[in-house]
Design a protein around this ligand. Structure first.
Ligand code: BGP
Length: 470
């Protein structure tokens, strides 16, 4: 039996500006928080840019986008998800008018996508808050960020609104709970940041997201605006009801973001948590009005699932995407310890669809692995059967969810070409169908080589999923 994907299903790949572009100080670009995160989230931010930061050059997509987009077209991509670097458009973040060079760059990028008939999907803010907004305003803890973000959105919508249909407001917005600097541009160290300030910052982001949706509707009636959350299905570690309740609470940490984006108001369980913890948010009448502008669709990243337990002795966190969780004794993990759970994707798709009844979009999925370049038939490639297996098994489960009745708009694999990792800032943690010759020490020619998975994904797209192995 083959897996059936709907006609017009949007197959593609995803990236983020700071992990791919390089050219960190070209074209009038200002610094972003990524310029002081040479080791990702594994070490504390530096005072200023340092030469060991691989993102300064990344894979030089800024200069090589034509070649890379041609490869995406050859793969058969229908959609390409990328982020716009806020600090290319507003170098400091709080200026009144945008940087023309930054707008011109993304206009050229859109030209190239149009040339190949690839639909753009833009992430407005992907872990790259302008550094000045972080340092001067303490990031999203400050209400003024809503206005700066809205100016930025207006510049994007006015300049690109006729050319971009799919917009995502904040990448993995629920990650801010765990990584306030990466996700919310909040320099206060995590252990000193109060829950009060953290949730006020979250509130500002949620209002900003809703205001962007409202503005999109005014300026671009045909646009589709989505929220973007980390999907991390949370299983009870045992059938003990206390574990089930613990899993429910952990899941609610993330559900809250989708609930607010889809229902336009705070869910009761979160209000209760605020009461219990003595958190009193400043929520204006206008904020409440703004939050009513709910999203058109829900997008999410899916890499892994986690377990949760009420037993403190067993509550030992494993590795994982941003938050991680208690490891599942039944699952294997990637080389970076992220547990592999294809069926979890079907669970998430059914769960989100039932909960929100909004179309869904998988905008990140993939496996970070060490790849070895080898000579095959006189050319260089990577024999990445492990990656093919990962994608195959996840896409089969996406197909099952579609059979279950879930409305799924598309799928963009994460890091469709090798890029710098977000959490560890390594090049050696590779996700792509295309190998990029660059190493963790910054050496390498930046040459591109298609991996075995390249031909495999090309066939999946060409057959609209029929080539997948159940
Ligand atoms: C998500 C981010 C991406 C990304 C991906 C893989 O959290 O949205 O930016 O990189 O995870 O994570 P990593 O690069 O840390 O392996």
């Amino acid at each position: 039996m083959t897996t059936t994907f709907p006609k017009g299903f949007l197959w593609g790949g995803a990236t983020a500006a700071n992990q791919i572009e390089g050219a960190y100080n070209e074209g009038g670009k200002g610094l972003s928080i990524q310029d002081v995160m040479p080791k990702g989230i594994t070490e504390t931010p530096t005072a200023g840019p340092t030469p060991d930061n691989l993102k300064q050059v990344a894979i030089d997509f800024y200069h090589r986008y034509e070649e890379d987009i041609a490869a995406f077209a050859d793969l058969g991509f229908k959609v390409f998800r990328f982020s716009i670097a806020w600090s290319r458009i507003f170098p400091l973040g709080d200026e009144a008018s945008p940087n023309a060079q930054g707008l011109a760059y993304y206009s050229r990028l859109l030209d190239e996508l149009e040339k190949h008939g690839i639909e753009p999907m833009v992430t407005i803010s992907h872990y790259e808050t302008p550094l000045h907004l972080a340092r001067k305003y303490n990031g999203w803890t400050n209400r003024q960020l809503i206005g700066f973000y809205e100016n930025y959105c207006r510049a994007l919508f006015e300049n690109f609104g006729a050319r971009v249909k799919y917009w995502l407001t904040f990448n993995e917005i629920n990650s801010v709970i765990h990584e306030p600097f990466l996700s919310g541009g909040i320099p206060t160290p995590k252990d000193q940041l109060t829950q009060q300030d953290l949730y006020q910052a979250i509130h500002h982001e949620l209002v900003a997201s809703a205001r962007a949706t409202k503005l999109a509707r005014e300026l671009m009636p045909a646009a589709q605006v989505g929220c973007m959350i980390i999907a991390l299905p949370t299983y009870p570690l045992t059938p003990d009801p206390s574990d089930v309740v613990a899993a429910m609470h952990t899941a609610q940490d993330s559900y809250a973001f989708g609930d607010i984006h889809c229902r336009g108001e705070y869910p009761g369980y979160l209000l209760r948590r605020f009461r219990d913890q003595g958190i009193e948010l400043e929520i204006t009448v206008q904020d409440r009005e703004d939050l009513k502008h709910t999203v058109d669709f829900v997008s999410f990243s899916y890499y892994m699932s986690i377990c949760e337990t009420a037993d403190p002795a067993k509550k030992i966190k494993g590795a994982g995407n941003i938050m991680g969780g208690v490891p599942n004794p039944t699952l294997k993990a990637s080389e970076w310890g992220w547990q592999i759970d294809p069926q979890g994707l079907r669970v998430v798709l059914n769960d989100y669809w039932d909960r929100w009844q909004k179309p869904l979009f998988i905008v990140e999925n993939g496996i970070g692995a060490v790849d070895t370049l080898v000579e095959v038939d006189g050319g260089k490639t990577v024999v990445d059967d492990y990656r093919i297996d990962y994608f195959n098994d996840h896409l089969v489960q996406a197909g099952e969810a579609i059979e279950d009745g879930v409305q799924l708009l598309g799928y963009t694999s994460w890091g469709c070409i090798d890029i710098v990792s977000a959490s560890t800032a390594q090049m050696s943690k590779r996700y792509g169908f295309i190998y990029v010759d660059r190493n963790d020490d910054g050496t390498g020619s930046l040459a591109r080589y298609p991996k075995k998975s390249y031909g495999w994904y090309k066939e999946v797209i060409a057959s609209n999923g029929a080539s997948l192995k159940k």
